[in-house]
Design a protein around this ligand. Structure first.
Ligand SMILES: *[C@@H]1O[C@H](CO)[C@@H](O)[C@H](O)[C@H]1NC(C)=O
Ligand SMILES: *[C@@H]1O[C@H](CO)[C@@H](O)[C@H](O)[C@H]1NC(C)=O
Ligand SMILES: *[C@@H]1O[C@H](CO)[C@@H](O)[C@H](O)[C@H]1NC(C)=O
Length: 161
């Protein structure tokens, strides 16, 4: 039995229940790329504006944004996907030179009073690999999630025998 995996699954479930406007900012390694997930509360169909930036050497580097002007070199190496509840940044060919504090800032006029902002410190050696399952979890009901994780936990027990 590998308790780490079981706990990780349970923690993911618990984090999903945590409620704020930017609910969670997390980072993981997807192959050679860095993925930063900015989960937010989507209340209405009001337009969303955002900014992904990175703070390094006392300077803010804007990566992808609808609020200001990004740095071209960073913009060219990155991609943003927007879905309900999730803003996802990918930075391609991530190296230790890209380590720093990553910032997700959101503005939905009419939904939130001020800008929503959260940051996360990214160090390559400390990054987890992105779990394939986390993409599936995004639009999965609690019941389905529970049903999915039970056999997973059993499989984990079985494999480690
Ligand atoms: C947020 O949810 C509304 C419906 O509640 C939907 O119309 C809108 O497209 C969603 N926003 C995003 C960015 O997906
Ligand atoms: C990150 O967030 C913390 C707490 O909100 C804040 O004190 C800190 O200044 C932020 N760092 C950057 C680089 O924005
Ligand atoms: C999840 O997906 C189903 C269809 O597969 C859709 O009917 C439902 O509205 C979605 N729920 C959310 C919260 O996006």
């Amino acid at each position: 039995m590998n308790p780490t995996i079981s706990i990780a699954v349970i923690l993911t479930v618990l984090q999903a229940a945590h409620c704020q406007k930017i609910k969670e900012l997390s980072a993981c390694l997807l192959g050679q790329n860095l993925r930063v997930d900015c989960r937010y509360e989507n209340k209405t169909a009001n337009p969303l504006t955002y900014e992904f930036s990175m703070f390094k050497d006392n300077r803010k580097h804007v990566i992808q944004t609808t609020l200001s002007v990004p740095e071209n070199t960073l913009k060219a190496r990155s991609d943003v996907t927007l879905s309900k509840d999730l803003l996802c940044l990918q930075l391609f060919d991530f190296t230790t030179a890209d380590e720093g504090t990553y910032i997700c800032e959101l503005k939905i006029t009419g939904d939130y009073t001020g800008n929503q902002i959260k940051n996360i410190t990214v160090i390559k050696d400390k990054l987890e690999k992105c779990a394939g399952i986390s993409l599936l979890i995004q639009n999965t009901s609690w019941l389905l999630l529970l049903l999915l994780s039970l056999p997973l936990l059993q499989a984990v027990d079985f494999v480690s025998l």
